[in-house]
Design a protein around this ligand. Structure first.
Ligand SMILES: Nc1ncnc2c1ncn2[C@@H]1O[C@H](COP(=O)(O)OP(=O)(O)O)[C@@H](O)[C@H]1O
Ligand SMILES: [Mg+2]
Length: 494
């Protein structure tokens, strides 16, 4: 058997940003027909590395060799010519353009009079999406699509260019199981045609499904590249975090205190029909349900983001009615929402992202307390070990786990005592997850009440005192901590 061609070789690649060294020394290679899974905690440098290979960032040092030829400066155009395609983590689509335009941007087919042949273009787009097993109307604007659909359009756009080297940066984070399996079929097909792929994911369970080799990054260096058979979860987690994870679910018993939140016969949105529960200080109440059971509308309804159709909410024994989220914040609620982008001001550093929560309590014309903002930002960045520990970097440069810590810091600084964690670990890595859970334990110990809405069974079992299971917009079971098991939760949910 002949050795497979080396498509890509990196030697001591470095990348510095002002104040941050994202990549210290990256040496690795990629073979034709292999899927190399790239792992690393948030902030390890994975996306930066992909953008360098796609010519979007320029390496500060080191050499990159593509199919035997050293390339000194890689531009997006050159990367394209060399057959390198990148599926971005943050999707790179143009929201106001149609699916077809996004897939074929600048390469739309023309008729002999050089007019765009839209019929042909839409047909081509439809076929490209068919190959991924999805039917999306190619004429609609991308901004009308759901995140999963947008992700599939992004993938189709890159595949349409017929890459020899395909880089996939967390392509499955928004996909359903079915869509993910279909993507794996596509990946296997490309593999058999000799395409080399670097595949980034937080789902360790995907490794045995597609990987040939696994490379682990930590703090901008390659820890190791190993064959997939040797990359069991324990091994790679230890490599990723640089230590054995002491405790994944650092739950502590907390004293149960006064009634903090009472919800009665609540109905809202399309799926939430009739839900009642109470939540006390010191308690973590879990909410579990399968897709569409109503759990995704609970947080918006409680936080004044979505109108209530029936029922009532009481905070600290007083009936409340929130028309805006600022009303909820003023009553002492805090929301860690399932879509971080909705909670953050990405163009601002930590400070304004914290003080945002004080605004609702501030008299309209009173000046914002900048000194307090500075002091509290510094304190929380230290206490919660936010990385980078910078008070000047915009939050858009922080990893998901670190953005999540800043949102938590916001509610800690606002003194919120009823905290709604809506899918709190979505898209964050194992190390940051354990830190978020430790913070939850600390918050309830300090007297907060937590509502934890999660689709991760093991997280609910690890952290909740009680779990309400939803089915068809109603409560189908209430399980105490000693009754929590995967089987039990699933049985009541389905
Ligand atoms: N454009 C940028 N400017 C400054 N720092 C950045 C930029 N992009 C990424 N970083 C920093 O580089 C490090 C690596 O980030 P990233 O490559 O996104 O990590 P990963 O994809 O592994 O989560 C982080 O500390 C991040 O804050
Ligand atoms: Mg990334």
């Amino acid at each position: 058997m002949s050795e497979p061609e080396i498509l890509l070789k990196l030697d001591q690649v470095e990348k510095r940003f002002p104040g941050v060294i994202a990549l210290k020394s990256i040496s690795m290679d990629l073979r034709a027909g292999e899927v190399q899974v790239l792992l690393g905690e948030n902030g390890a440098g994975k996306s930066t590395l992909m953008k360098i290979l796609a010519g979007e960032y320029r390496a500060s040092a080191g050499t990159i060799t593509v199919r035997g030829k050293e390339v000194s400066t890689l531009t997006p155009e050159l990367a394209g010519e060399l057959g390198i395609g990148l599926v971005h983590q943050e999707l790179s689509l143009v929201p106001a353009l149609s699916v077809t335009e996004n897939i074929f941007l600048n390469r739309l087919p023309c008729d002999p009079l050089r007019r765009i042949d839209w019929r042909k273009a839409h047909d081509m787009a439809r076929r490209a999406l068919d190959a991924l097993g999805v039917s999306i109307d190619p004429t609609v604007e991308v901004r009308r699509l759901e995140v999963a659909e947008q992700q599939l359009v992004e993938i189709a756009r890159v595949l349409e260019r017929g890459p020899r080297i395909l880089l996939l940066d967390e392509p499955t984070s928004a996909l359903s199981d079915g869509e993910r399996l279909r993507l794996f079929d596509v990946i296997r097909r490309l593999k058999s045609r000799g395409v080399g792929m670097i595949y980034i994911s937080h789902h360790l369970a995907e490794i045995p499904m597609i990987a040939d080799r696994v490379t682990v990054l930590r703090d901008g260096v390659v820890v190791e590249t190993l064959p997939a058979e040797k990359a069991d979860e324990d091994t790679v987690v230890r490599m990723m975090v640089g230590r054995a994870l002491d405790e994944q679910f650092p739950k502590q018993a907390a004293a149960i205190g006064a009634l903090a939140l009472a919800v009665e016969n609540l109905a809202s949105g399309v799926s939430l029909k009739d839900i009642s529960f109470t939540l006390r200080r010191g308690e973590i109440l879990g909410i579990y349900g399968l897709m569409g059971a109503g759990q995704s509308e609970l947080a918006p309804a409680l936080f004044g983001l979505q109108p209530i159709k029936a029922g009532g909410i009481a905070v600290d024994g007083k009936a409340v009615h929130f028309s805006y989220s600022s009303d909820a914040i003023a009553a002492g609620l805090g929301l860690i929402s399932r879509d971080r982008r909705q909670s953050l001001v990405p163009m601002q550093p930590v400070g304004p992202n914290l003080s945002l929560s004080w605004l609702s309590r501030r008299r309209l014309l009173a000046p914002l307390d900048l000194k307090r903002e500075r002091e509290e930002s510094g304190r929380y960045v230290r206490e919660l070990r936010v990385r980078p520990s910078s008070l000047t970097h915009q939050l858009m440069f922080f990893s998901g786990g670190n953005q999540q810590k800043v949102i938590l810091a916001r509610w800690m600084s606002s003194g919120a005592h009823v905290l709604i964690f809506d899918e709190p670990t979505r898209g964050i890595d194992v190390g940051a997850k354990a830190e978020v859970f430790a913070l939850m334990s600390r918050l309830v110990n300090e007297g907060a009440a937590i509502l934890m809405i999660s689709s991760e069974l093991n997280e609910l079992i690890g952290m909740a005192d009680r779990v309400l299971v939803l089915h068809g917009g109603r409560v189908s079971a209430e399980l105490d901590r000693d009754q929590l098991s995967q089987e039990n939760l699933l049985r009541h949910a389905s």
